[in-house]
Design a protein around this ligand. Structure first.
Ligand SMILES: [Ca+2]
Ligand SMILES: [Ca+2]
Length: 281
């Protein structure tokens, strides 16, 4: 019995051993494949990291030079207007923006009339209280070396500048009036009033512009009118009254006014016009 039984045991044992070996082989293959997968993932990651970290980077941009630049909406402004100045177009490593609004005044009495600290900041607002020409200076100082600075300037004309747009007048209307200030007739350089209207079918004498000075009496005579201007009939008509300084001095200062009068025949449709008034000092 035992002789017959033994080989059977061996076969079973061999058979068990084979299964165990196969299982072992599977484990080894699994292990090898896992290692290979991990190795591939790691090498791919390292490769990506290398590409990301050590790829050729563009050189850093050269620092912009320190340069002051003034931006303002208009350079002709009226007395009392709030004027917005900006230095946003300036370049460089700027630590401070310093504004000097009048090169005729050396406010800090250091011999440089354009370095006064009338305002600081990139965006500032200023009101000119008296008429005249002003040289406005912007000084920008370097953030790191405060002795480095750049300077820009702009000329401002301060007087009276107004544009009344989109007015209309009918034949039956009383004169349209536009008051304006001529504060100083001695120093005023020019009073300029222009009227533009776009209406076909009007003749050259239909609409007239009258200018009165600061004399408020009932009998005040106009200083000048547009009848002396070259006036053409038709559309896109422009009429001007332009008074030079040497004549202005002979009139009253104060509240002057422009009048627009319809002096033609009956109107089918109102005439629309724009009126521009400018006083320079
Ligand atoms: Ca100064
Ligand atoms: Ca100054």
């Amino acid at each position: 019995m035992s002789d017959e039984f033994e080989p059977e045991i061996e076969i079973i044992a061999r058979s068990d051993n084979k299964a165990a070996i196969d299982a072992e082989k599977k484990r080894v293959w699994k292990f090898i494949i896992s290692i290979m997968v991990i190795a591939m993932v790691v090498s791919a990651s390292v490769g990506l990291a290398y590409v990301y970290l050590w790829r050729e980077k563009p050189p850093p941009p050269a620092p912009e030079p320190l340069k002051a630049k003034i931006t303002v909406e208009r350079t002709s402004v009226s007395i009392g207007d709030r004027v917005n100045f900006s230095a946003w177009e300036s370049t460089g490593s700027i630590g401070e923006y310093v504004w000097d609004f009048d090169a005729n005044v050396d406010a800090n009495n250091n011999g440089d009339s354009r370095d006064d600290r009338n305002a600081v900041g990139m965006n500032v607002t200023y009101v000119f209280e008296t008429a005249g020409d002003y040289r406005v200076t912007l000084n920008v100082y370097d953030r790191r070396v405060t002795s480095n600075y750049s300077r820009d300037f702009i000329m401002m004309q301060v007087g009276y500048f107004e544009n009344f747009a989109g007015q209309s007048i009918k034949a039956t209307d009383p004169p349209k009036e536009y008051p304006f200030e001529v504060a100083d007739v001695v120093n005023a350089e020019r009073v300029y009033v222009r009227i533009e209207y776009t209406s076909s079918g009007v003749v050259s004498t239909d609409l007239t512009l009258y200018i009165y000075d600061g004399n408020t009496s009932e009998t005040a005579q106009p200083v000048q009118d547009s009848s002396g201007d070259e006036r053409e009939p038709g559309s896109a008509q422009v009429e001007t009254v332009d008074i030079e300084g040497r004549y202005i001095a002979g009139y009253f200062p104060g509240q002057w006014r422009a009048e627009v009068r319809w002096e033609g025949g009956p109107l089918v449709q109102p005439v629309t016009f724009n009126i521009l008034i400018e006083v320079y000092y």
